[in-house]
Design a protein around this ligand. Structure first.
Ligand SMILES: Nc1ncnc2c1ncn2[C@@H]1O[C@H](COP(=O)(O)OP(=O)(O)OP(=O)(O)O)[C@@H](O)[C@H]1O
Ligand SMILES: [Mg+2]
Length: 236
């Protein structure tokens, strides 16, 4: 569904991504892992069109490397941001409507109602996004906004971070439900090894902008190079 070929990004002298190549199959739930600063968010930015990469990115057999952000959204690439950024002066429902018009080019109130329902935000739908929402609800809104763009491929950047273990488990079940309900392909950035192992059939590991492992979570987290990058980050 998505293919990256030799994708590289530089910020001045810093090489944020270096020669990344891998493919994502339709229907997968792929974990994207690696220590802080490894390039995970930058990779999402390249796929969604916020950052221009060298190399080649194709989505559903079509090259999108130079396609602007909104056209990638229309093609079916949706994402969340590491720091939720709703439009605070709008209500929850209005936030979703704006996202839908941006990503899907239409306004479909029934679909928005369905998303509000599945993300358990119906009760807050017409409340102001900034003042009315707690952290968990902001996270749910961030995902709801991405769903409102009607994606085929959903990129989730640390949506589980900062949740306690019980909330995390509930959120994971929700992600599985969304995967099934909307027929999604999902890539999720997450640091917690247990979460990745439970949720994902495959994990790709970045370290200092390079892809250092790609396989089942079980195999990847047994790889000494991967564990070294993890413990190195924990010591830092
Ligand atoms: N817009 C930018 N301008 C300059 N440097 C950037 C920019 N965005 C990211 N970087 C740098 O690129 C590297 C990769 O950053 P990135 O945010 O992709 O890492 P990450 O894997 O998402 O880390 P984290 O787990 O902390 O979210 C870092 O060194 C970061 O400082
Ligand atoms: Mg990041």
């Amino acid at each position: 569904m998505l293919r990256l070929e030799d994708v590289s990004v530089r910020f001045g002298g810093l090489i944020a991504l270096s020669g990344i190549s891998f493919s994502i199959q339709k229907g997968e739930i792929l974990g994207l892992v690696g220590p802080n600063g490894a390039g995970k968010t930058t990779l999402f930015n390249c796929i969604s069109g916020l950052v221009r990469a060298r190399g080649r990115i194709s989505f559903e057999e079509r090259e999108i490397t130079a396609l602007p952000l909104h056209k990638r959204a229309r093609a079916g690439i949706g994402r969340t941001f590491q720091i939720p950024q709703p439009m605070h002066h709008l209500t929850v429902r209005e936030n979703l409507t704006v996202a839908q018009v941006f990503g899907a080019g239409r306004s479909d109130p029934a679909r928005i109602a369905e998303i509000l329902d599945v993300m358990e935000l119906s009760g807050k739908a017409d409340a102001d996004a900034a003042s009315a929402l707690a952290l968990q609800e902001l996270k749910r809104l961030e995902i709801a906004k991405a769903l409102a763009t009607e994606p085929k491929l959903l990129l989730l950047d640390e949506v589980l971070a900062g949740l306690e273990s019980q909330a995390k488990r509930a959120f994971m079940l929700k992600l599985r439900e969304l995967h099934k309900l909307f027929g999604l392909t999902i890539v999720i950035v997450e640091h917690d090894i247990e979460t990745i192992s439970n949720l994902c059939s495959r994990a790709v590991v970045l370290n200092f902008g390079q892809l250092i492992a790609d396989g089942t979570p079980e195999a990847v987290f047994r790889d000494p190079q991967v564990m070294k990058s993890y413990t190195g980050a924990a010591d830092a």
